[in-house]
Design a protein around this ligand. Structure first.
Ligand SMILES: Nc1ncnc2c1ncn2[C@@H]1O[C@H](COP(=O)(O)OP(=O)(O)OP(=O)(O)O)[C@@H](O)[C@H]1O
Ligand SMILES: [Mg+2]
Length: 344
């Protein structure tokens, strides 16, 4: 929970950002944000890499020689969090036998990373606001204030707007932490980066666990590219770890629950109106594409046998493959391209 610099173990930048345009934009933002003494708010679903980016911001900032101190707001019970964050003086409460500096003090000259800030107890939000505004705080039981100089990076996977509406998050605090906002995309919105991440995780864990690892089949790579990844990069990383240990593609396939696949990865128009007809048509098309791809892979891309297994004519299969933009013959790149089209 408490992590002091140096920040080690970050993946190389090329892996962190991949080749997708959405991550390219984030890379540019991050380069500009890292050097500015302004609070950064990282938003994104669980497992999208908010902590990785927080560490990278620290590593690229002028505060990199200071500590990187992480505070996981929900992990520490409310009553303890105040003393963890701000520290206490001797005799401040029963059991306070000595003086204890809080984490904000340990972060002096470095970066304070407040993870899951949306879950910060309302009673502590006011004290944090004061720290953000004036750089001042006081240890519990202290008669005087202390000044510190830290770079704030906060992260949340909750909608802070909704938390404010329901009165759980202070609006004034929101505007203090949300100066430079960076929104991380879910993995399914950067599918093109999956092969890079797969290579990186297989290589890293194969070396770390000292297990040689067989290359993944084309079919499985296609499955990985098509899956919806509700757990984002963390889920991909865990699957690759399991593959390094068990070496079983079957296990990976079973872990990618069919119910989770991205049949309805539709873009919602800005007016929020979705035509049910369009949804059904898109879902049918994606399901059809998936069934055809499976049949082709099962029959080593023998189209006659694939057509028979799907109970359609050979000509019918060729027509559907053309409609789906599928290549007439097998090929690893072609296979991934088909999957990516299917997801759009
Ligand atoms: N771009 C990336 N390249 C390589 N590994 C990554 C990348 N982003 C995240 N990871 C790995 O994925 C896992 C989850 O990342 P991280 O903890 O940063 O996500 P998070 O957004 O903070 O998730 P949560 O909201 O659940 O705390 C970590 O093990 C991390 O090392
Ligand atoms: Mg996190």
């Amino acid at each position: 929970m408490l992590e002091l610099s140096p920040v080690l173990g970050l993946p190389p930048d090329d892996v962190i950002f991949g080749n997708s345009s959405v991550m390219g934009k984030i890379r540019q933002k991050l380069e500009k944000a890292a050097g500015a003494n302004l609070a950064v708010l990282l938003r994104g679903q669980s497992g999208t890499g908010k902590e990785v980016l927080a560490k990278l911001i620290h590593a690229q900032s002028p505060w990199r020689s200071g500590a990187f101190v992480k505070v996981s707001c929900p992990a520490i019970p409310g009553t303890l969090l105040e003393s963890e964050l701000f520290g206490y003086e001797r005799g401040a409460f029963t059991g306070a036998y000595g003086v204890k500096p809080g984490r904000v003090e340990l972060a002096h000259g470095g970066t304070l990373f407040l993870d899951e800030i949306g879950e910060l107890d309302p009673s502590l939000q006011a004290k944090l606001l004061q720290l953000l505004q004036d750089g001042e705080f006081s240890r519990i039981g202290a008669s005087d204030g202390r000044r510190i100089n830290v770079r704030f990076v906060c992260a949340t996977n909750r909608s802070l707007e909704r938390e404010m509406e329901s009165g759980h998050f202070r609006e004034d605090l929101f505007y203090r932490i949300n100066v430079l906002a960076i929104q991380l995309p879910p993995l399914r919105d950067r599918r093109g980066d999956i092969p890079t991440l797969v290579d990186y995780f297989l290589d890293t864990y194969s070396r770390q666990l000292e297990r040689p690892v067989p290359a993944l089949s084309r079919h499985l790579l296609a499955d990985l590219a098509r899956y919806s990844w509700p757990g984002n990069i963390r889920e991909l990383e865990n699957l690759m770890k399991s593959y390094v240990i068990f070496g079983s593609e079957e296990d990976l396939r079973a872990a990618m629950q069919p119910g989770q696949e991205d049949f309805l990865d539709l873009e919602i128009p800005s007016n929020g109106v979705i035509s049910l007809k369009k949804v059904v048509r898109a879902a049918t098309r994606q399901l059809e594409r998936k069934a055809i791809l499976r049949a082709l892979e099962t029959h080593q891309w023998n189209r006659r046998r694939a057509a028979r297994s799907l109970s359609i004519s050979y000509a019918g299969l060729l027509c559907k493959m053309r409609e789906a933009g599928m290549p007439p013959t097998r090929g690893p790149r072609a296979c991934l391209d088909v999957v990516a089209q299917g997801a759009s």
